[in-house]
Design a protein around this ligand. Structure first.
Ligand code: TMP
Length: 214
């Protein structure tokens, strides 16, 4: 079982994943929690390059290929082995993020991105993708509150520094994907409180696991 979480900055993906995993574990499911970018040793180095706001000279093609390099390593080292041993894999972002951020928002050709995904993923696709949806303005406000309350560490705010219009395109991109493939995507209204969202997400995930007989 492969579940991915997507959404704009500040949509609460990471919090919701942290709430979901213990519920699944308490029910006896062996879970692997992972993320993009940065789930492997190589990926962590790529993440630092990608999210460093000092890298203002990074051109969009470099960005696209770095995300795909991170993903290639992630699929090989983490996702495929975990799925082969029947684990429940939960990833904080996956290939839809590239379609949306580098495709819909940066403007890369969507067919080109699809071809790269064919090469990187083969036939691998999540069973379920939860999109935590809220207006870009609200998400960004939350994301900046989080960044400003954090002290020390590497700054990872290259994307938060993008204009609001960029994040609106990201949001619209996710909504387009969800409407094109409704059987895989589930939209979660992320303007609600954490516990209400958690309950809906848990219900959706447990129902799917039940149906698939994981
Ligand atoms: P996050 O860890 O806060 O989700 O940050 C990852 C950032 O990288 C986020 O701004 C979205 C961006 N991103 C892309 O632009 N393309 C991708 O393929 C992925 C996985 C993330």
């Amino acid at each position: 079982m492969f579940i991915t979480f997507e959404g704009i900055e500040g949509s609460g993906k990471t919090t919701q994943i942290e709430l979901l995993i213990p519920v699944l574990q308490a029910k006896g499911y062996d879970c692997v929690l992972t993320r993009e970018p940065g789930a492997t040793e190589i990926g962590n180095k790529i993440r630092a390059i990608l999210l460093d706001a000092a890298h203002t000279s990074m051109i969009p093609l470099t960005e696209l290929l770095l995300y795909e390099a991170d993903r290639t390593q992630h699929v090989h080292e983490v996702i495929k082995p975990a799925l082969a041993s029947k684990k429940v894999v939960v990833s904080d972002r996956f290939f839809d993020a590239t379609t949306v951020y580098q495709g819909y928002a940066r403007g890369f050709d969507l067919d080109l991105i699809q071809q790269i995904h064919h090469m990187v993923l083969g036939g691998l696709k999540p069973d379920l993708t939860l999109i935590l949806d809220l207006p870009a303005h609200d998400g960004l406000e939350r994301a900046w509150q989080r960044i400003n309350s954090r002290s020390g560490g590497l700054p990872e705010d290259r994307f938060e520094k993008e204009a609001l219009a960029f994040h609106e395109k990201v949001r619209q991109g996710y909504l387009t994907l969800a409407s094109e493939e409704p059987q895989r995507f589930r939209l979660i209204d992320a303007s609600r409180d954490e516990q209400t969202m958690h309950k809906e997400i848990t219900d959706v995930v447990l129902e799917l696991i039940g149906v698939k007989g994981q």
